[in-house]
Design a protein around this ligand. Structure first.
Ligand code: ADP
Ligand code: ASP
Ligand code: MG
Length: 413
């Protein structure tokens, strides 16, 4: 079967939240069908369901077995695909549902954040000879030896892009509750403007800095296999945002977006001996436990002691503190502190590669609002500031105004 005749569409939790929403999904699926195409539909769990299941885990166990957690939380998607396939069949469409293991989508065994290793496209092509629509459960896969895994929060995006890559589809449609990727979260400021195009690199930075509209791994997949992502609304026909390879027009835009991440905490080790190997001694045991450290700052001092500060996701603070407490005698630090009242605000744009002064402009704008910057980190196309949590939304709005992101122009230089 020719991949050009197959469309891959993913619908998120709010798009399958109830019967009315699912009927809207049905209309979106029927459009390519009417053009004679076959459709692979990837669905999330109904909104709130994954959180509900994770809530059960908390009630049942303080040290849950991660494989069993995945077995449980993956059920949300099973419900959506079965219900939606019923709707399709009632509408006279030849369709069937697939769980991850039935395809199979093979992953590693990092339960709760498994990575897709490969997808067998033979069964997909075979099934498309019989059915016009395959409805696949997002967010889940299975290990080589058949245990169910999940791909991390927001993982259905990755399921969809990976399937698109596996069948060589050119485009993967990601339908959601907003009309595309915006200059910042449209739920924070009304001035947020929908972007027509975003490069993979910008989207990677936006996703890793907290814009949850696409899971970061889905963008990594898309970039690696050159799949164009079209982020668009389930509830309107308007053209969304194309996420693709950078082009010269994109480069002329200095700042494309502002991302915002509340899920952050800061950890400080004070009075640590300033000697070779100390950073490795701190961060190796943390990495070995699979914890993700983001910003790191080590103070410059005149003495042989220093302070080391870094950030981790809020949910990992306890675990990180435990590890560092158990290493107190090795690391010889004086004090260990954590602060969860922080958030990260990032300015992202490929145009920054060729222009200076963005950081200075951003710092000035924040200081005009009396917002103190606690930590700073930069990459070629991103500047991130850690600030007090309570100023997060103000900072987003201030930076959005400073770089005139509400105006459609290529010259916010
Ligand atoms: P789905 O359930 O469809 O997967 P998500 O809730 O995971 O949807 O992602 C969509 C949400 O992402 C939007 O409702 C919006 O609040 C949020 N979001 C954050 N940053 C952005 C951005 N820059 N552009 C668009 N949406 C964003
Ligand atoms: N249902 C999963 C979650 O809530 C996966 C997804 O929606 O993409 O994280
Ligand atoms: Mg999502």
């Amino acid at each position: 079967m020719n991949a050009q005749n197959i469309v891959v569409q993913k619908f998120g939790g709010s798009s399958v939240a109830n019967l009315d929403c699912m009927k809207q999904v049905l209309r979106n699926v029927q459009k390519p069908l009417a053009d004679g195409k076959k459709v692979i539909v990837v669905l999330s769990a109904m909104s709130g369901e994954t959180n509900r299941l994770l809530g059960l885990v908390k009630q049942w166990s303080s040290t849950p077995d991660l494989a069993e957690v995945d077995s449980l939380v993956s059920t949300g998607e099973q419900v959506s695909i079965a219900l939606f396939t019923m709707l399709l069949k009632d509408a006279g469409v030849k369709a069937r549902s697939f769980l991850g293991f039935q395809i199979p989508i093979i992953t590693d065994d990092f339960f709760s954040s498994a990575r897709i290793l490969r997808i067998d496209n033979k069964k997909i092509f075979k099934a498309l000879e019989t059915y016009d629509v395959l409805v696949v459960a997002g967010f889940q896969g299975c290990t080589e030896d058949g245990r169910i895994t999940t791909l991390g929060r927001g993982g259905s995006d990755t399921s969809a892009v990976a399937i698109a890559a596996a069948i060589n589809a050119e485009v993967c449609d990601i339908f959601t509750d907003v009309s595309g990727v915006y200059t910042t979260d449209p739920n924070i400021t009304r001035k947020a403007r929908k972007l027509d195009t975003v490069s993979y690199d910008e989207m990677l930075e936006m996703a890793s800095m907290g814009a949850k509209v696409l899971q970061i791994r889905s963008v990594e997949f898309a970039k690696k296999y050159n799949v164009i992502i079209h982020v668009r609304s389930t509830f309107s026909d308007e053209q969304g945002t194309i996420v693709s390879q950078e082009d010269s027009q994109m480069e002329s835009i200095l700042v494309s977006g502002i991302a915002y991440d509340k899920d952050q905490a800061r950890i400080t080790l004070s009075h640590v001996p300033d000697k070779p190997g100390i950073s490795a001694a701190i961060f190796t045991p943390i990495a070995e436990q699979g914890l993700l450290v983001d910003m790191i700052v080590q103070n410059l001092t005149e003495t042989e002691f220093t302070d080391v500060t870094f950030t981790v996701p809020r949910s990992d603070v306890e675990k990180t503190l435990e590890i560092l407490t158990s290493l107190k005698s090795t690391l010889e630090y004086q004090d260990l502190r954590s602060d969860a009242n922080v958030c990260k605000v990032s300015i992202i744009g490929v145009g920054m590669r060729n222009h200076s002064g963005v950081a200075a402009k951003a710092f000035l704008a924040l200081s005009d609002e009396n917002i103190n910057i606690l930590m700073i980190s930069t990459s070629e196309i991103k500047i991130t500031c850690l600030i007090e949590d309570k100023y997060g939304e103000l900072a987003v709005r201030t930076l959005h105004d400073t770089f005139k992101l509400d105006e459609m122009s290529y010259s916010n230089k």
